[in-house]
Design a protein around this ligand. Structure first.
Ligand SMILES: Cc1cc2nc3c(=O)[nH]c(=O)nc-3n(C[C@H](O)[C@H](O)[C@H](O)COP(=O)(O)O)c2cc1C
Length: 190
């Protein structure tokens, strides 16, 4: 492992605020190549990626905003509308949103291993973005469980499950580095 690669792994942090700058398609394509290079048992390649264009992102933003506003207020109230507008604007402004699905194997052991492979692919994707100075947030919020999102993307929820929404963009600010200890979670055995 090169020092640069290790440095990228050690400095990756979840990013919650992005500059509005769009991400070049090639940056996303390189990250997708890294994603599909992840280990996957039996070469099941269980991952599916949905890179949202502006129109689809706007439609998902509507679902996201509805879920956010309806959690706290009654639909139609002025407070609901205000919360909706704020949430919609926030989601719609994310430079790039990628949803990640998992093909659902019938065998439950394979299904669990496939989720591990999808998670490995996601981490590869996020690290490959970070190697290109693009930050990201891995989210499992309610928008990926909402059947309206499945309908929008044309996903049959009995065949595949959305496992993550990845919010990506140039960081507007970076969260500070956080100390993590491997010593307290590791035993060396003889
Ligand atoms: C499976 C999974 C689900 C996550 N879901 C969310 C989420 O819904 N919302 C969120 O803000 N962060 C989510 N995160 C990001 C974690 O909160 C974040 O990685 C953690 O706080 C550590 O921060 P770091 O990524 O900067 O090291 C998720 C991470 C993982 C691995």
């Amino acid at each position: 492992m090169t020092t640069d690669c290790l440095n990228r792994i050690l400095t990756r942090r979840s990013v919650y605020d992005f500059k509005p700058t769009p991400i070049d398609d090639r940056v996303i394509e390189r990250a997708l190549l890294a994603a599909v290079s992840a280990p996957n048992h039996g070469l099941t390649e269980p991952w599916r990626f949905y890179v949202l264009g502006r129109e689809t992102q706007g439609a998902v933003a509507e679902i996201y905003a509805d879920l956010r506003a309806s959690k706290r207020f009654d639909r139609g109230d002025a407070a609901w509308q205000k919360a909706y507008d704020k949430a919609y604007a926030r989601f719609a402004a994310i430079p790039c949103v990628v949803l990640v699905g998992q093909v659902l194997a019938e065998d439950l052991v394979q299904r669990e291993e496939d989720y591990a492979a999808v998670a490995a692919a996601i981490e590869n994707f996020l690290l490959a973005l970070w190697c290109q100075d693009i930050g990201s947030q891995w989210s499992t919020g309610p928008v990926i469980r909402d059947l309206r999102t499945y309908a929008l993307l044309g996903i049959d929820s009995t065949q595949a499950r959305l496992q993550a929404a990845l919010y990506c963009g140039e960081p507007a600010c970076m969260p500070p580095a956080r100390e993590r200890s491997w010593e307290t979670v590791t035993k060396f055995l003889k």
